[in-house]
Ligand binder design. Structure first.
Ligand SMILES: Cc1ncc(COP(=O)(O)O)c(C=O)c1O
Length: 359
């Protein structure tokens, strides 16, 4: 058996990297200020009580995503939601299929749980499309779980219902489940439906982090069929008691004002994507599919290892990108569209200068 991974190097880097002025690394929209909503301290229940499986929050999540309260498990961000979902389905040695490239902590969690990890590719030549045929080829009768992100991190590619259905069908044939991390999905315009409606083999994770600018609330959740949801709640008792209740109350308030929380975010992302698309099209050293959805893109650089590009950006331009090595594709890099447009445009112009330097 391969050695279990006991840490996430990517997450450690993401938390503690040296800050720069133009962080094209960011995959979150600007933080939303809760104090811009009408709320008083009295609404936060400051009496110290905690509330197991706090139903008012689960009702709001269920209502928003078309799931029943019994299907909703709340968790500490999408991160813990992913971990709980995997831990409740995977035993050491179980076969699990993960897309490549992917978000590194998903791989780390699978490794930590002792899974036998198999991979399938989302190819740049195919615009990082979710290809059910690639999954069919990589899976076996022992596959227990298929793990994907939608929108895809890093590329931002959207998987359509037809592709997801085909994956669900493959999974159901061998009694496997499909874990879909939808943390970027709500950035689509018009909003795409959560895959929870595609069938009981689908397990969804999400949070208020990326699209709503509320990472500080750590409001994450899992949507799963009720029996599995119950198993996750029981497993979660090993990890903690309840979530911080004031954060749960604030999350309810955010759900009650979700349109205000979203505000100008879709317009901001649209503008930044257009800027990125014309920037990428103007450069013969970059190959990128047009960014149509979401908060990230994953262009290829003809200059080789993009760590070199990030180093140059940091040392000379107070700017950063996510080097492709974090996604197992060193000649690509990830750009995030979450900065205010003036900063994003300046970041792109500095990226252009660094690319010119390294020609
Ligand atoms: C695919 C994916 N899932 C989960 C997370 C973490 O989300 P949260 O802050 O809700 O834990 C990220 C953050 O980068 C991500 O890209």
């Amino acid at each position: 058996m391969t050695k279990r991974i006991m840490q996430s190097d990517y997450m450690h880097w993401a938390k503690f990297k040296k800050p720069v002025r133009y962080a094209l690394t960011t995959s979150e929209v600007p933080h939303f200020r809760m104090d811009s909503l009408p709320l008083s301290l009295a609404e936060l229940d400051m009496d110290g009580a905690s509330h197991p499986r706090y139903e008012p929050l689960r009702e709001r999540i269920g209502q928003r995503y078309g799931a029943s309260v019994k299907q909703v498990v709340t968790a500490d961000g999408t991160s813990m939601a992913n971990f709980l979902a995997m831990a409740s389905l995977i035993e050491p040695g179980d076969e699990l299929l993960v897309e490549r490239p992917t978000y590194e902590p998903l791989l780390g969690a699978a490794s930590f749980l002792g899974a036998d990890i198999k991979r399938f590719d989302r190819k740049p030549s195919d615009a990082f499309r979710l290809d059910p045929a690639a999954i069919a080829q990589a899976m076996s009768p022992s596959t227990r779980l298929i793990v994907i992100t939608n929108l895809h991190n890093p590329s931002g590619a959207l998987a359509e219902d037809a592709e997801l259905r085909a994956v669900g069908y493959l999974a159901a044939k061998v009694g496997a489940r499909v874990l879909v991390d939808e943390v970027y999905l709500d950035a689509t315009v018009p909003p795409r439906r959560s895959s929870v409606h595609l069938g009981p083999e689908f397990i969804i994770t999400n949070s208020l982090t990326k699209v709503y600018g509320l990472s500080g609330l750590r409001c994450g959740w899992i949507l799963a069929e009720p029996e599995l949801a119950e198993r996750m709640w029981r497993l979660n008792d090993l990890f903690g008691v309840n979530q911080a209740h004031q954060a749960e109350r604030l999350a309810c308030i955010a759900f009650d004002h979700l349109d205000e929380v979203l505000g100008e975010t879709p317009a901001l992302l649209d503008t930044n994507r257009r800027l990125f698309n014309s920037f990428a099209a103007s450069r013969d050293d970059l190959q990128s599919m047009p960014a149509e959805h979401g908060i990230t893109a994953f262009p290829r650089w003809s200059g080789g290892d993009t760590q070199r590009l990030d180093d140059r950006l940091r040392e000379a331009y107070d700017t950063s990108i996510v080097a492709g090595r974090w996604f197992e594709m060193p000649d690509h890099f990830r750009v995030g569209f979450g900065l205010p447009t003036v900063d994003f445009a300046e970041g792109l112009s500095r990226l252009g200068a660094a690319l010119d330097d390294l020609r």
